[in-house]
Write a protein of this length. Structure first.
Lengths: 114, 113
């Protein structure tokens, strides 16, 4: 079975500072990796995804993530955060070429401090 | 264009009652998913529909849960004899096809008293 671990449940960071949200995964088959963001009382919005190719993936709102197969990680980064980035972030995977269901991590709450 | 819509946005019910949750996917999306988001369990897959194929019900937690998708579009998730542990946010998502980006609706917050 596959799993996703988000190492930090909460991350406070000052406005305009850089941030890294950590995600590690476990799977015996190849994976597709995703980061979703959830603003309060809203659904999930896709930030970025890794399917294949370049291991550095750029997404919306200035976020990027790097797929590291040897470390089974897919950490999310942003060089300078804004107040509007305050939200909960979920790392997720789809395991195997024939699969479709997302397996999510527990989420990381990012709080941007003015 | 319009995104995934879900109704109702909030539902409060008494233990033992049946509830129906509705999902309208993005037009043209053949794949539809239901997930549940709860404090204790996080985000969990419930069920998957793809076109006219038999749905994958492997994530449904008990036989009190069922879902259907009519005409390849709208889906209804039904929970019979609700229990307090069913309290959660139920999220619907749709995608063009298998493994394409899943677009999520705003969810239905279910509270069982």
């Amino acid at each position: 079975a596959q799993s996703v671990t988000q190492l930090d449940s909460q991350v406070p960071v000052f406005e305009e500072a850089p941030v890294e949200l950590r995600c590690n995964y476990s799977s015996s088959v190849s994976v597709y990796l995703f980061w979703y963001v959830q603003y309060p009382n809203q659904g999930l919005q896709l930030l970025l995804k890794y399917l294949s190719g370049s291991t550095l993936v750029k997404g919306i709102n200035g976020f990027e993530a790097e797929f590291n197969k040897s470390q089974t990680s897919f950490h999310l980064r942003k060089p300078s955060v804004h107040i509007s980035d305050t939200a909960e972030y979920f790392c997720a995977l789809i395991a195997g070429a024939g699969s479709y269901q997302l397996t999510f991590g527990k989420g990381t709450k990012l709080s941007v401090i003015p | 264009g319009a995104g995934v819509s879900q109704s109702p946005s909030n539902k409060v019910t008494e233990k033992g009652k049946d509830v129906e949750l509705r999902c309208d996917p993005i037009s043209g999306h053949t794949a539809l998913y239901w997930y549940r988001q709860s404090l204790g369990q996080g985000l969990e897959f419930l069920i998957y529909f793809q076109g006219n194929s038999a749905p994958d019900k492997s994530g449904l937690p008990s036989d009190r849960f069922s879902a259907e998708r009519t005409g390849g579009s709208v889906s209804t998730l039904t929970i019979q004899r609700t229990q307090q542990e069913d309290s959660a946010v139920y999220l619907c998502a749709s995608s063009l096809g298998q493994r394409d980006t899943q677009y999520f609706g705003p969810g239905t917050r279910l509270t069982v008293l």
